[in-house]
Design a protein around this ligand. Structure first.
Ligand code: MSP
Length: 535
């Protein structure tokens, strides 16, 4: 196969991990989805061709066992979970994905086989035997360093550090990928591409792991053990190791093996968002697989932190999972999206708490942004019959608002380029805070009492309306429902909100004076329920 040449146009391809269908989603999974969706929407708002891929990982022993325990076939189980849990999740948290791939689809299975055959034909895959400790929860062989002493029912046994469950000793003859040959090549690649693994803490961790040397990777399992997977094309007594199959979703979904033009237009991916628990698969095995096939690695793999409960990674298998709808039913999808992007630095672990969510909803969304929008627009209705007044002369205070808006747009845009979503929100909030402060200082309700201050009142309300225009554009990726409401009250004269480029958002004076504004629907309604009852 020819090395793929990247189409450098302005395409932005972002991926989430594909999720195991052994269980329903919790807020940890939703967190990954929201971050990727915010990046995709923001880049689209920049005018780039933005493509978000997500999907489900349906093969492997873990799924097979879950299906068996529920007395259905793995296919039936996967169909049920996709229909009843994973696709609805996208609605629940308002994800605007361009595709959803399931690893049981023919477009995936066929092209995984193509990829394998190619690596086999070019000598990167060989037959050998292996003995090791396998964790079905991780679907991975573990080294001794990955194991810890068990507790409770597993006291005295080594257990997987992630799942706290015993590993299984496996001895098999299977096929191996020559991963060991890639240690030096990967290190050279990381050196040449310092942003390939982000954040830096993740990059350092991966680099020291690779410096210790790599072992070849078993990429098949004998069908004598179980057979829920993709057949090895040259040996139908084996199926493909689930991670080797799963990683390839990122290219089979965009046409690898059958639509070269589409593939070339999107690959290499701009950012692959993954949890830090699966960083090594994405930052070590995945680029090595691609290099072996003569395909460029992605531009960046970003390893985010974990949502913790009681100091531990939230997980369904440890029964600490919270369903996303538990939050959105009370607070709505916008608040879910805002909260997780603002409260946790992307790349670090964070603890979720109902109290923090409720406090931020009230202070930052309802009182901060929501109230700013409602009182500004209400005053235009009250004092100017809902017709946007023209600004006349700008004072230094008006110019300060304009400057803060321009700076906020630039800083937020840069932060998104750096995948620092929390910083983008901090930058956007400088404008929210400034506008609230501006209204307090300018006291338009006082100006309104004095007919001779009519021009000044017009300028003040024009300034707040322009500020809200900027905020609608900036918040469209993060709180799309609230941004759309704000836009329908404000932006009718400017066309659709999606068509407002980020790069132009800071340019002052875009709202046409004389345009009729609509009433504003409440952006972040008052929540009657006590935060602790929301559980
Ligand atoms: N199927 C594999 C990924 C294959 S990608 C080629 C898998 N699936 S998973 O469903 O277990 O997890 C998917 C993602 O959800 C991971 O990135 C994982 O880190 C993330 N999260 C699962 N629990 C999480 C938290 N408690 N906190 C944050 N993210 C979490 O791994």
């Amino acid at each position: 196969m020819e090395p793929m040449s990247a189409n450098k146009g302005q395409s932005f391809y972002v991926t989430t991990p594909i999720f195991y269908v052994n269980d329903a989603p919790h807020i940890g999974h939703a967190y990954t989805e929201v971050a990727a969706d915010v990046l995709a929407r923001w880049h689209r708002q920049r005018g780039e061709r933005s493509f978000l891929l997500t999907g489900t990982d349906e093969h492997g022993e873990k799924i097979l066992r879950t299906a068996a325990a529920n007395k259905v076939s793995p296919r039936q189980w996967a169909d049920k979970l996709v229909e009843e849990a994973w696709l609805p999740l996208l609605e629940t948290i308002d994800i605007q994905n361009q595709d959803f791939i399931r690893t049981t689809e023919p477009r995936h299975e066929k092209n995984v086989q193509k990829f394998l055959q190619h690596l086999y034909d070019t000598g990167f895959i060989y037959r050998g035997s292996y003995e090791g400790n396998y964790c079905v929860g991780c679907e991975e062989y573990k080294t001794d360093a990955d194991l810890i002493d068990g507790e409770g029912a597993f006291a005295g046994q080594p257990v997987c550090a992630i799942h706290s469950k015993p590993v299984e000793k496996l001895q098999e003859t299977n096929y191996f990928f020559k991963l060991s040959e890639y240690a030096d090549k990967l290190l050279a690649f990381y050196e040449a591409n310092p942003k390939f693994i982000q954040p830096d803490s993740a990059r350092n961790e991966v680099m020291s792991f690779v410096r210790r040397g790599l072992e070849d990777l078993s990429i098949s399992r004998s069908k004598e053990k179980f057979d829920w997977g993709i057949d090895i094309p040259w040996d139908d007594s084996h199926i493909t190791y689930v991670w080797f199959d799963a990683l390839l979703n990122y290219i089979t979904a965009i046409g690898y093996g059958e639509d070269e033009e589409k593939f070339a237009s999107l690959w290499p991916a701009s950012v692959q968002v993954v949890g830090k628990d699966i960083l090594r698969f994405h930052a070590v095995i995945w680029p090595a697989m691609l290099m072996a096939a003569g395909i460029e690695p992605p531009k960046q793999v970003f390893g985010h932190g974990w949502l913790l409960v009681g100091g531990e990674k939230m997980s369904k298998s440890k029964l600490t999972g919270i369903a996303p709808s538990q939050i959105t039913d009370t607070f709505g999808s916008d608040a879910f999206r805002y909260y997780f992007m603002k409260a946790i630095a992307f790349g670090q672990d964070g603890s979720f708490s109902w109290e923090d969510l409720s406090a931020r909803y009230q202070a930052e969304l309802a009182n901060g942004l929501g109230n700013l929008a409602s009182r500004s627009i209400a005053m235009i209705h009250r004092y100017f019959d809902g017709v946007l007044p023209a600004a006349s002369e700008f004072t230094d205070e008006d110019k300060k608002v304009q400057q803060i808006a321009t700076d906020a747009v630039a800083a937020a845009d840069q932060a998104i380029s750096d995948v620092a979503i929390q910083d983008a929100l901090t930058a956007i909030w400088t404008l929210v805070d400034e506008l609230n402060n501006y209204i307090t200082v300018q006291e338009p309700w006082v100006l309104a009492k004095d007919e001779s201050k009519r021009d000044r009142l017009a300028t003040v309300l024009n300034t707040t309306a322009e500020g809200l225009r900027v905020l609608a554009v900036l918040m469209n990726s993060i709180t799309p429902k609230a941004a759309a409401k704000l836009w329908s009250a404000l932006g009718a004269g400017l066309g659709s909100l999606d068509a407002q480029p980020i790069g132009d958002a800071g340019r002052w004076g875009q709202l046409p004076a004389g345009a009729a504004l609509a009433e504003l629907e409440p952006l972040f309604p008052r929540i009657e329920t006590d935060a602790t009852e929301a559980k």
